[in-house]
Structure formats: C-alpha cells, structure tokens
Design a protein around this ligand. Structure first.
Ligand SMILES: NC(=O)c1ccc[n+]([C@@H]2O[C@H](COP(=O)([O-])OP(=O)(O)OC[C@H]3O[C@@H](n4cnc5c(N)ncnc54)[C@H](OP(=O)(O)O)[C@@H]3O)[C@@H](O)[C@H]2O)c1
Length: 341
C-alpha cells in the first residue's frame, strides 16, 4: 500500500517509530506492506518519493532539527492539498491538527479529495468525522474505498472495530463515558493537591493535551468524540457545536478534592441518548459515588458504556493510554485495509 501521511506530529512520529523500530512485527502482519510516498506538515516542509521515501531519515530530521531538510533527496515543494490531489497513493493517513472552529477543515477537504479520487482514508483527526461522517462514508461507498477512524475515540481502543464486527444487528440506544484523557488527568491531579495550571503543564509535557487546551478543558474534545459516537453508532447527524457542553469553567476547583473526602468524585462525562426519537448529546461534570465504575477511572484513563437493544450494556475501559495507543489504532486500521477488510 502506498501511503500519503498528512501531518508529522506526535501521532505520525509514533506510528513511524512503530514501523521502523519494531520491524519484527511485520512478520506477524503479512498483509501489511506499507510504502510512504508522501509526508506533509504545516510548517516543517514536505517529502515525496514515488518509489517510497526514507521514513527513518524523515523521523531523524524532525527529531534533530524540527523540520525536513532541503538537502533530503525526498524533499518536496508540494503543500498538503497539492499532495492529496496529485500524488499516486492508495491510502491517505490524515493526522493534522484538530480544527473545530473551521468545522474540521482543512482535514475534511483533504479527506473529501482523497475519497473522490478513490483512495482509502485512515484518520485520528476527530474534526472530519465529527462534522461530516455521513458525507464521507457515502463518498467512500460511492468510490469503493474505505474510511477508518478507530483512533478518533479512546486512542485506538477497539470501539468502532468492536461495534462493526461484534454488534452486528444491535441498535445502539445510548453511549456515555469519560472520553477526554487530559480532563480526567487534571481532575485526578487536582484531587491530589496539584494546582490547575501545573496539572495542565504536566498534561502538555506528557504529549496528550490537545494543541489548544480549551479543546480539552471546555469539553470540545469530548463534544467531538460524542458527536462521532452518535453519528457512527446511532446514525445521528449531530455536530460538536450542537452538543450541550459544560467545561472546567463551570467547576469550583476547590470543591474537587473535598468531594473525595465526602465519598464522591467529579468526572467529566459525555453522553448521547435517544429522547423522543431524537439523539441528544451532552458533556459536563457529574458526581459519582466512589465505587461507581466511572469514579474508578484515574489519570489519563477512559471508559465507555454502550447500551443496545439486543445486548446488556457493555463497558470498554482503557487504562493510561498514550500516543502509542493512538498510533496503534492507526496501524490497526491500516492492517484492516491491508487484509482487504
Ligand atoms: N496525540 C494524541 O494522543 C491523539 C489522540 C487521539 C487523536 N489525536 C488526533 O490526531 C491528530 C494528530 O495529533 P498529534 O498529536 O500528532 O498532533 P500534532 O503533534 O500537533 O501534529 C499535527 C501535525 O499536523 C500538521 N498540520 C497542522 N495543520 C496542518 C494543515 N492545515 N495541513 C497539513 N498539516 C497540518 C502539523 O504541522 P507542523 O508541525 O508544521 O505544525 C503537525 O505535523 C490530531 O487531529 C489529534 O486531535 C491525537
């Protein structure tokens, strides 16, 4: 598979490290024969090579100097849109920055363009799926390509994979969970006596906070994720701006550690449910008794409870995900494509 990768930040580099530094894994992945023919960024330059570019050198240049070097034989003057429009590739991996203000663009434009050209799309970027899943899925069907996005929710944990393969015939009637790692990490840190600012700084140093902290702390990231879940699992056309949203600014931070001694914990919960035939979604703080499954999710952990009409509620719980889990989710989508799934 020829791959064009848009964005070469934390997730793309982690994916590159997985592919370069753990090549022994490829023995177990016989269907996966990846050749990167293009890598682009917003400000660090682009690379292209129709025969397959040197991914190790790309990674090394970014790690050492923060950008692709003009003397690299794979160096390219193409910008991201030109690469998506012009290069010969089988799959677009879209890993650029989440842009909610612009309703998922330009990533959405890259993915529309790739799908219109009959290319497969894999993404960890929530914007395009949160704003335009139905449109992109329909484009993919029309052009006989696949649209996969496992890492958009719960960093690569098998949410969509599981629903696609193991919940066939079930109708999802409600989803709820703790979906934002940074928010849960900050809440846990504050309970332990860390200041709000210091907790955010630690989240940024850990590489899991979004580039814009308000995405995490004012509930935008969770709103995007619950929109994706509502769209994909409940066929609702809801956008992040339509999600009823309460973020950290509605919380009295001094009360957070006191609630623990009172036997409850505050958690930021995202929920989508059917009300009078319509799917409604919300994000906001809730108090849970200390032994409730949601109250036991610490640090960067996530949890998702799925209610269906045919099965009893299922809960997926993820402990301490990191960017490597996100990269694995992207890899898993690529493996599915490679296997012709
Ligand atoms: N990090 C995680 O754990 C995680 C988890 C789940 C989902 N995600 C999602 O995965 C995506 C990538 O995350 P990340 O952590 O790798 O982000 P990142 O470190 O901020 O990297 C983003 C990359 O995209 C490039 N970029 C930004 N705007 C662009 C544009 N308009 N066109 C082309 N390239 C552009 C950036 O280029 P420059 O470097 O030149 O700015 C950078 O290379 C995001 O959408 C994020 O929300 C991340």
């Amino acid at each position: 598979m020829k791959v064009l990768c848009i964005g070469f930040g934390n997730v793309a580099r982690s994916l590159a490290r997985l592919l370069i530094k753990e090549p022994s894994r490829s023995r177990f992945l016989p269907g996966l024969d990846l050749q990167f023919v293009g890598v682009t960024s917003a400000s660090r330059g682009s690379l292209e090579n129709a025969q397959g570019l040197d991914l190790s050198r790309a990674l090394q240049e970014i790690e050492e100097s923060g950008r692709f070097q003009g003397k690299n034989p794979d160096f390219s003057k193409l910008n991201s849109l030109e690469a998506v429009q012009q290069l010969d590739y089988d799959v677009l991996i879209e890993l650029s920055t989440l842009n909610l203000n612009n309703k998922g663009k330009p990533a959405l434009t890259y993915m529309r363009t790739a799908l219109e050209r009959g290319k497969h799309c894999v993404t960890a970027n929530k914007g395009p799926i949160a704003f335009a899943y139905q449109e992109l899925a329909s484009l993919a069907r029309k052009n006989h390509s696949r649209l996969l996005f496992e890492s958009t929710v719960m960093d690569g944990a098998p949410v969509f994979n599981m629903a696609r393969t193991a919940l066939k015939g079930c109708r999802v009637v409600a989803v709820e969970g703790i979906l934002n790692s940074t928010g849960n990490y900050v809440l846990t840190q504050i309970e332990q006596g860390t200041s709000f600012d210091e907790a955010i700084l630690k989240a940024r140093q850990g590489g899991f906070a979004e580039a814009d902290p308000s995405h995490d702390l004012e509930g935008w990231d969770a709103a995007a994720k619950i929109s994706i879940l509502a769209r994909v699992l409940m066929d609702a056309e809801i956008t992040p701006t339509e999600v009823s949203r309460k973020g950290f600014s509605t919380l009295d931070l001094n009360e957070i550690s006191q609630t623990v001694s009172a036997g409850t914990r505050v958690k930021m919960v995202a929920r989508a449910r059917i009300d009078s035939g319509k799917v409604l979604a919300e994000v906001g703080p809730e108090h849970f008794p200390i032994n409730h499954p949601f109250a036991t999710v610490d640090g960067t952990g996530n949890i998702l409870r799925i209610e269906t009409d045919l099965m009893c509620p299922l809960t997926i719980r993820q402990e301490s995900p990191s960017v490597k889990d996100t990269a694995y989710g992207v890899l898993n989508d690529l493996i599915e494509l490679g296997a012709g799934g």
